[in-house]
Design a protein around this ligand. Structure first.
Ligand code: GLN
Length: 308
């Protein structure tokens, strides 16, 4: 008999990897975590240092005391609603793993749509001898900028963020993915200080309306950086500013691609149309049918030095 109290008395004791998995899944289920089975497997992989395949071959093995202690430690972090990606120090974006911690927003699958749209616009130009310059505004972990660099070797990328701490994470991810030479990290306020010459401006800026902050899940509200989420009263404070600044940074016919929140694509399209210097303005929906990426082409002026 076990004398130590278990978090859930109905579940089996920790006498094998399998029972550890079941117990962890049960505890996560009871805590209301969305994907308890998946998360339990990831936590066990983390504490054993084994891939899922190896783990499944060892289901009957008794876990080491150190593994059990580590599992309890990670599980209690997760039960306090810390996002799993911060606990594991890893988030997957567009098939690549990025280091993340509480200094940066966790890359979201929705943002992969921005990568796809970018690829659609620029694939035809990839054989040009000239390098294309692209800027990612509000880069955070660097996931977007680094993905573009990895996917398109002809791109020369600048990535900016107002947070010095976020840029430290982005720098680590640039090294991890071997693009330190091609992604230049700059601390700054949106596009301020950047001169013309970019073929594209891409941005996943903070867009959560301040009043909706309280409704976010505790994982997001308590642990993710507010600076990366809070978009002011209507959520569009930073988006509006980047729409104002982008014409100065883009070449003639250069593209602006913005990720936006639910219900924001209409107002953002309107902002771009009213500015009078954008053409081909449109919204692309994500897999949930939410207007997620708004894009437009800078119609420019003759005085600009180069064009697409
Ligand atoms: N997609 C994030 C969320 O809903 C918000 C990201 C952002 O503000 N850019 O939590």
């Amino acid at each position: 008999m076990h004398s130590t109290p278990e978090p859930n008395a109905n579940l089996p004791p920790n006498d094998s990897i399998q029972t550890c998995l079941l117990r962890t899944r049960g505890v996560l289920t009871n805590a209301g975590v969305e994907s308890p089975e998946h998360e339990a497997a990831l936590l066990l992989q983390q504490v054993t240092g084994q891939s899922l395949t190896h783990l499944l071959c060892q289901l009957q093995r008794a876990p080491a005391a150190t593994e059990l202690a580590e599992l309890e430690r990670l599980l209690s972090r997760r039960l306090s609603r810390e996002p799993l990606q911060y606990i594991l120090g890893c988030a997957t974006f567009y098939g690549r793993d990025f280091y993340v911690d509480s200094r940066v927003l966790i890359p979201r699958p929705e943002t992969e749509l921005l990568v796809e749209q970018f690829a659609g616009l620029f694939s035809g130009l990839s054989r040009n001898a000239e390098q294309l310059r692209v800027i990612d505004v509000g880069t955070g972990s660097g996931a977007l900028a680094i993905t573009l660099a990895c996917e398109s070797p002809e791109l020369e990328i600048e990535a900016t963020d107002t947070s010095r701490e976020a840029l430290q994470v982005a720098a680590a991810n640039c090294v991890r993915h071997g693009v330190r030479e091609r992604v230049r990290l700059v601390q700054g306020d949106l596009l301020s200080g950047f001169r013309r010459g970019f073929a594209a401006v891409v941005a996943n800026l903070p867009y959560v309306p301040s009043g909706e902050f309280a409704e976010l899940s505790p994982e997001v509200r308590v642990y993710e950086p507010k600076l990366a989420l809070d978009g002011g009263p209507d959520g569009l404070r930073e988006v509006r500013r980047v729409i104002d600044q982008a014409p100065e940074a883009l070449v003639c016919n250069g593209w602006l691609l913005l990720e936006v929140g639910e219900g924001q694509s209409g107002p953002v399209e309107t902002l771009m149309r009213q500015a009078g210097c954008w053409t081909d303005v449109k919204t692309v929906c994500d897999l949930a049918g939410v207007g997620r990426v708004v894009l437009g082409r800078h119609s420019g002026t003759d005085s600009q030095p180069s064009s697409l």
